[in-house]
Design a protein around this ligand. Structure first.
Ligand SMILES: [Mg+2]
Length: 300
């Protein structure tokens, strides 16, 4: 009897131990799998690899910088995103040592006034409107501007009743910012933008951080703009090593465009899918990175 009770108890303990082992093995397996997924989405910090980045090219560096979320923190209203004195001084010092281009979704005049540094290239409207030193100038799809005028009028009417939505007209696009809108109104904004997009086959929808934007539907983006600027800046672009730093989806086109010939750096606090090779967490780290880069470059 006791023997049977002992056997039952032992086999119960064995079964319990076995199921515990099974549970632990499975948990371990799940944890390993999750770790692999997270690891695959993590890319190294540009700050930790500054020596490799500087040493990599053996060529002249050219810096391509996004503005919002890269040189300035993301703010509740786009008009409040001003460049700090120390970041301006950093970009200015960089421009004394290497070609610098600022690429932004903002209007060309807006981005030029906000950065306020002479002798560098500015690309507004996601690269559709480029201006730089020595008469550098390019405008893409200027013939579509009257269509954007019409779309602006229509979108204005559709969004009129939705609080917290800000419509921003740029020369080459129209942006509906909804960061200030109520969460439940987001779908209304999306529907309005989709309806207007459907009316105009020459416009396409661009998604940004809390912004829907309509821009000319042509084969041009920040990536094409970077390549065009690179070719314009130097006769032999094989002699230039581009570094592009940006935080938004629109910057992925640029990361892709320079993947074979330079380095893309994503500004993000979260690991995520990107064509960039390195990451920086925020504009403060961007400034740190640029300062280290400056220390390694001679004035030109
Ligand atoms: Mg940005």
């Amino acid at each position: 009897m006791h023997g049977d009770a002992y056997s039952v108890s032992r086999s119960f303990r064995n079964a319990h131990a076995s199921s515990r082992r099974f549970y632990l093995v499975n948990m371990r397996f799940i944890c390993d799998a999750l770790f692999e997924i997270v690891k695959s989405k993590m890319i190294p910090s540009a700050l930790d690899h500054i020596d490799q980045i500087i040493a990599a090219p053996g060529k002249r560096l050219a810096l391509f910088l996004d503005y919002d979320g890269t040189l300035t923190p993301i703010v509740s209203r786009p008009e409040k995103a001003s460049l700090s004195d120390s970041m301006r001084e950093t970009v200015w010092a960089l421009a004394a040592r290497a070609p610098v281009a600022i690429l932004s979704g903002r209007d060309l005049d807006d981005i030029r006034q906000r950065v306020h540094i002479d002798g560098i290239v500015y690309a507004g409207s996601h690269g559709f409107d480029i201006a730089g030193p020595r008469g550098l100038r390019k405008q893409v799809a200027a013939e579509i501007v009257p269509i954007i005028d019409a779309a602006e009028k229509e979108l204005n009417e559709k969004l009129a009743g939705i609080r917290g939505v800000m419509l921003e007209r740029k020369r080459f696009s129209i942006a509906a910012h909804y960061r200030q809108a109520h969460e439940s109104d987001t779908i209304k904004v999306q529907r309005a933008v989709n309806e207007v997009e459907a009316h105009y086959c020459k416009l396409r929808l661009l998604l940004g951080k809390k912004v829907y934007e309509l821009q000319p539907d042509v084969d041009w983006d920040k990536g094409r703009a970077v390549v065009w600027i690179l070719e314009s800046l130097v006769q032999d672009r094989r002699g230039v090593f581009p570094i592009y730093i940006g935080d938004d989806l629109t910057d992925e086109d640029a990361f892709d465009a320079i993947r074979e010939r330079g380095i893309g750096i994503l500004v993000s606090e979260q690991p995520c899918s990107t064509a960039a090779r390195y990451m920086l967490r925020d504009p403060a780290e961007v400034e740190q990175f640029l300062r280290k880069l400056i220390a390694s470059l001679r004035v030109i």
